[in-house]
Design a protein around this ligand. Structure first.
Ligand code: SF4
Length: 197
């Protein structure tokens, strides 16, 4: 991970950035930054691997449908801080996320004023085209498999995206975030470890 390049390109796009060698350091930083808030979480293996729900729960009200059931998605609309990851981040300064339900995308666009993306080094692609390829052909097939879907990306030998029309399709919306939306403070928390899909 070349943080100098990521910092230059993402900050040029009005994102804040930070960098940590380990998940523990990143989690300690977030715990220090976020206190007395209502913290909503998007579905994120990275956040789960970092134990952020437990860590941030010590000093905040935490809201996560993975821990509290589907209705927590609605409750998360009242959060003051939102935590999520990305299916891919282009080193040129864009974030790509693909969503089925849309809660994660909507909160990242018109949700709490403070949003943190936690991004392991495996999520970084050199440019927008390769980031899109990563999101479609690596992240989404793995997520579909995690949900035990019988989509072409799961049952095929190559585990690639077939842009399917399956009723079990998990990819209903694709977002390329090029700049934080107006009024939002968005920070990219880069971590020099492989995290999530
Ligand atoms: S569009 Fe269908 S085949 Fe492609 S990744 Fe999503 S669920 Fe899999």
């Amino acid at each position: 991970m070349d943080y100098a390049v990521l910092k230059k390109n993402f900050e040029n796009h009005r994102f804040h950035t930070s960098y940590f060698e380990t998940t523990e350091e990143a989690a300690a930083y977030l715990s220090d930054q976020i206190k007395g808030e209502k913290v909503g979480f998007g579905g994120s293996i990275t956040a789960k691997e970092m134990n952020l729900f437990e860590i941030l729960g010590k000093n905040n009200e935490v809201i996560w449908h993975w821990e509290q059931g589907p209705d927590a998605r609605i409750k998360a609309k009242d959060s003051t801080v939102y935590i999520l990851s990305a299916n891919a981040a282009a080193a040129t300064g864009q974030i790509i996320n693909i969503d089925g339900t849309g809660n994660r995308l909507s909160e990242s666009l018109f949700g709490p004023k403070r949003v943190y993306y936690v991004i392991g080094k495996n999520k970084i692609a050199p440019d927008l085209s390769s980031a899109m390829d990563r999101a479609r052909n690596i992240a989404c097939p793995k997520n579909a498999a995690r949900f035990n879907k019988k989509t072409p990306c799961v049952v095929s030998d190559d585990k690639k995206c077939y842009d399917c029309n399956s009723p079990e399709r998990i990819c209903n919306a694709i977002l390329i975030l090029e700049r934080p939306c107006t009024g939002m403070e968005v920070e990219m928390v880069f971590i020099n470890e492989d995290l999530g899909y």
